[in-house]
Write a protein that binds this ligand. Structure first.
Ligand code: SF4
Length: 246
């Protein structure tokens, strides 16, 4: 059983001509000679690798739509309404004191250095993609005022058009990385943190040293592979000039 539908997906702007589709390949059951339809195989014959990119690139986020046979909706939590635990000292349990708004969702992580959080949430890692750059301000401010940890994804310094390197090829100045960290820190209330994810190129560029020395960041996430999302790890630029800058 195929848990997804290959060969046609809104993320790549592709569709099948026919209503009947082979589950394994995604080809129309009757694939017509002369079809000018829009399946991935057909479009890739003309557009090649471009078809891999979710459309419109830089303006959307796209996630896997595999239809797993089990999801959270199959689980029931059979609660009960007897007693109340965890109330502050001296507060009598009762219908007027055991209220949802009083539930604490605070937690912490870390071995020697603890990071407190208002809620146990880490954001997804938003890195060098255009959609992350354009939406960074409200995304990071929202995480900061919610007291959760914000993950800045990989390759932010590497594609920063204003990046300055030392003679040894290390990051000397990255205004885009500075902006990302400073935006979060401006609204940070002591809960959660901003951490920076690093791939192999980031490691070579000395991103860890940069965010530690300039911004005092305490946490990095080392990344050795890619595979969480549609075309993660790839970016697309609009002009050849921009490509040659990178
Ligand atoms: S080429 Fe046309 S008919 Fe063949 S699988 Fe693709 S959409 Fe269907």
């Amino acid at each position: 059983m195929n848990l997804r539908r290959p060969n046609a997906n809104e993320a790549t702007g592709s569709v099948n001509r026919s209503r009947s589709v082979v589950p394994m390949s995604g080809l129309c059951t009757a694939c017509h000679d002369g079809c000018t339809g829009g399946c991935e195989i057909f479009l890739a014959t003309m557009r090649g690798r471009e078809l891999l990119y979710p459309q419109n690139f830089g303006e959307i986020t796209a996630g896997a739509d595999k239809d797993y046979p089990v999801d959270y909706s199959h689980l029931n939590i059979q609660g009960y309404a007897v007693g109340a635990e965890g109330l502050p000292e001296g507060v009598e349990p009762g219908p007027d004191t055991a209220l949802f708004p009083r539930v604490s969702t605070e937690t912490e992580y870390g071995w020697d250095k603890k990071v407190k959080m208002k809620m146990p949430i880490f954001t997804g890692a938003l890195g060098s993609t255009e959609i992350a750059r354009r939406n960074w301000e409200h995304f990071s401010v929202g995480a900061a005022i919610s007291g959760v940890t914000l993950v800045c994804g990989e390759n932010v310094c590497g594609i920063d058009p204003a990046l300055e390197l030392t003679s040894g090829g290390k990051v000397a100045k990255s205004p885009e990385m500075d902006r990302r960290i400073e935006t979060y820190n401006r609204y940070h209330t002591g809960f959660g943190e901003i951490l920076v994810q690093m791939n192999v190129e980031d490691t070579r560029l000395g991103v860890a040293e940069y965010v530690l020395d300039k911004h005092g960041l305490q946490t990095i996430e080392l990344k050795w592979g890619q595979g969480a999302k549609c075309i993660g790890g790839e970016i697309k630029v609009k002009t050849l000039d921009r490509a040659l800058e990178l």
